[in-house]
Structures are given as C-alpha cells and as structure tokens.
Design a protein around this ligand. Structure first.
Ligand code: PLP
Length: 371
C-alpha cells in the first residue's frame, strides 16, 4: 500500500495576483491572519469589530450607523441588498453594462422584483439619462460603480443626483479602497463591496452600508434569515450600542481582524493617497500596454485604474499566454468575461499591487509571452 503524500509537503505557489481579484493582500492583512484567534464575543474582538465598522465608514464615505462586514463574499452583499429591499412586484431598474449588472438582474428577479434592465454596450459607462428615464417610479435604481468584467467606471454621483424618490443601490466591489467613493455625498442609499480587490484582503467578507431612508423601506421579514439586516444590527451592536452584542452567527474573527489591519493601513496612508496610488499605477500600466502595441478595451475617459482590459492581439491564443505567464512568471492575469472571454485580458493593480514595480513586472512578462 502506498502512503499518500500530504499536500502540505510541497510549498504552495507564490503568485503575483494581477487579475480581476483576488489580489495579493496587504502584508498587514496577511499577518493578522497568523495572530492568535479570538472568540467572537471576546471584548478584544468586539473592539476590533467596532473599529472595523468605523474604518468601513471611512472607506465608504458615509456616516451610516448600519455599516458592517457581512460574513460572506461580495455576491452575498448583492443578495443582502435585494433580499432586504425588494417587496414582491417592486420595480427595480438595473443599469447593465457588464456581467455584474446582469447578475443584479438575476438576483433581483429571484427576490420577486419586476426588473427593468437598461442594457449598454460592454466597455461603455452607464448612461444616466437612459437609466433614470427607464421607468417613471422605480423603487430601486441599481448600478455597478466599477464593472470588473469590462474595466469601466460609471458616474454614481450623477445617478444619485437624478434618482428622484428611488433608492440608489450600488455595487462597489471593485471600487472601494481604489477609486473615489463617497456614499453619502453621492446619494448612495445601499451599497455592498468585497474584501479581495482594492481593500487588499483575502476574499470572504462583504462590506455593506445602508442609510436610514433605505432601512425604513426594507422588508420586515426577508426570506433570508442569515442576511436579515434587522437581525444583523444586533450582531454589530448597532441597536444596543458598541460593546453590547446579541448572538446572531459566529463572526469570522480572523477575517475581520485581517480586514481591520488592512483598513488601518489604508487609513494610515490616507484614503486619498491610496486612490492617487491606484490612479498612478493604472495610468502607467495603460500607457505601457499601448507602448508595446496593445489596444485597450474600455472606453477612453472611463477606464478604471485598478482593472485594465486589453484586447488579445489577432492570432494570439489568450489561454496560452495566461498559462505561460503563470508557469514562467508566477503571474496570474484574468481572461475576459462573457462574450469577451477569449478576446480580452483583465489586468488588476489592486490594493498592495497598485505599485510601479508591479507595472514593470507585468509589462515585461507580457512582452516575453508575446515575443
Ligand atoms: N460585483 C463585482 C463588480 C465583482 O467584481 C464581483 C466579483 O468579482 C462581485 C460582484 C461578486 O463578488 P464575489 O465574487 O466576492 O462574490
């Protein structure tokens, strides 16, 4: 009989995660995962949770007291937003300019919404005029701030200014911690995000925020127990005050500590400096890709610095190049999404990877792969 070799006997690959996420975490976030585990009701952990919610308010640009890390990935944030806000038959207008707008339509419909999708060409930003005139009185207008499938930024502030009585629901998974995001000033009523992109943490939590206006219009008893925002208030001590908690579910304490460490690091660097670092790295990458003869995909003037989409040159096999980058350079970049799966690459410079040396690394490796 042969003895099975435990997988821990060989070291895991140490990759440069330069795709659409996850990215390489901030070192502080990784270190926090190695700290002794705290119980979920330990006073030390409760203090970390309180500070995490405060720091999330900073990252969101909000004073919303209901701002918390949901214990699941970004898609659970999307699910939480719709399951708590959609009453059967509510009209939800969704701006669709990529994969995640499409997913919003699916999720909203599953929760009983009458979905009014406003389709856009992929690679283009959301057309605010078309979206706000799609229905006379929607309950919700939903849009993706940073479409990870196409590398496009949309003007959420303009949507907020034009939303009328509707609630504005925004996906900030790829924007939070990377580009300007001002939930209160822009009129975002409910927003969800993820940890594995520009916040520079492993995947696993969904930073979430909802204002009083949206909370008052919520479903009293949503069909999801786990994502019921009414119950989750007690989990983060919102109703009873900081330090007072009711048990709802076991907080993923290591992940919250990791997010806390990354947010502290972002706050120490200064949120606007972090945005500027992403802007600089993204511009350098986009200029560099054009210099080596590649064509960018997203519409000029609306490109995300943290996620660049580039057309695969004619005659080049997209998957071969990605495999070569992984095997020879330990670099992961992403394939395109949807109908662009084999004709577009997605290169991310998020969080800790939004740095000049990563730009040089990926451009040199791509030149090698295409030689
Ligand atoms: N929304 C956007 C814009 C995303 O990029 C992603 C993930 O890439 C999601 C939602 C879903 O998040 P998750 O994969 O963490 O569930």
């Amino acid at each position: 009989m042969t003895t099975p070799v435990p997988s821990t006997a060989r070291p895991l690959a140490d990759r440069h995660l330069l795709g659409p996420g996850p990215c390489n975490p901030y070192p502080e976030a990784t270190l926090a995962l190695a700290a002794p585990l705290l119980g979920h009701l330990d006073p030390e952990f409760l203090a970390i949770m309180d500070e995490t919610c405060d720091l999330l308010r900073l990252a969101w640009g909000t004073d919303n007291r209901r701002t918390l890390p949901l214990s699941a990935t970004g898609s659970a944030g999307m699910e939480a937003a719709f399951v708590n806000l959609v009453h059967p038959g509510d009209v939800v207008v969704v701006a669709v300019n990529g994969l995640f707008g499409q997913r919003m339509c699916d999720v909203a419909a599953r929760h009983g919404a009458e979905v009014v999708p406003v389709d856009h060409e992929w690679g283009q930003p959301v057309d605010v005029e078309r979206v706000v005139s799609a229905h006379p009185s929607p309950k919700i207008i939903a849009a993706v701030h940073a479409e990870t499938s196409t590398g496009v930024r949309s003007d959420v502030a303009a949507l907020g200014a034009a939303k009328g009585d509707a609630l504005l629901l925004v996906d900030a998974v790829t924007s939070i911690g990377g580009i300007e995001l001002r939930a209160d000033a822009w009129g975002i009523d409910v927003g969800y995000a993820g940890t594995q992109k520009c916040l520079g943490v492993a995947p696993g939590l969904a930073p979430f925020t909802i204002n009083d206006r949206a909370f008052e219009r919520r479903v009293e008893r949503p069909s999801s127990w786990y994502l019921d925002l009414g119950l989750l208030g007690g989990y983060v001590g919102e109703a009873s005050g900081a330090g007072q908690r009711t048990y709802h579910h076991t907080a993923p304490t290591a992940m919250v500590a990791s997010l806390h460490a990354a947010l502290q690091r972002i706050a120490a660097e200064g949120l606007e400096n972090v945005w500027a670092r992403h802007a600089e790295a993204g511009q350098l990458l986009q200029d560099g890709l054009e210099e080596i003869g590649l064509e960018l995909f997203a519409a000029k003037g609306h490109r995300l610095p943290e996620l660049t989409t580039v057309r695969v040159p004619d005659g080049v096999d997209s998957a071969d190049v990605r495999r070569y980058l992984l095997e020879k350079h330990d670099i992961e970049i992403g394939a395109g999404a949807g109908q662009y799966a084999s004709t577009v690459w997605r290169i991310g410079l998020m969080g800790h990877n939004a740095r000049r040396d990563r730009v040089a690394l990926v451009i040199t490796a791509l030149e090698d792969a295409l030689a």
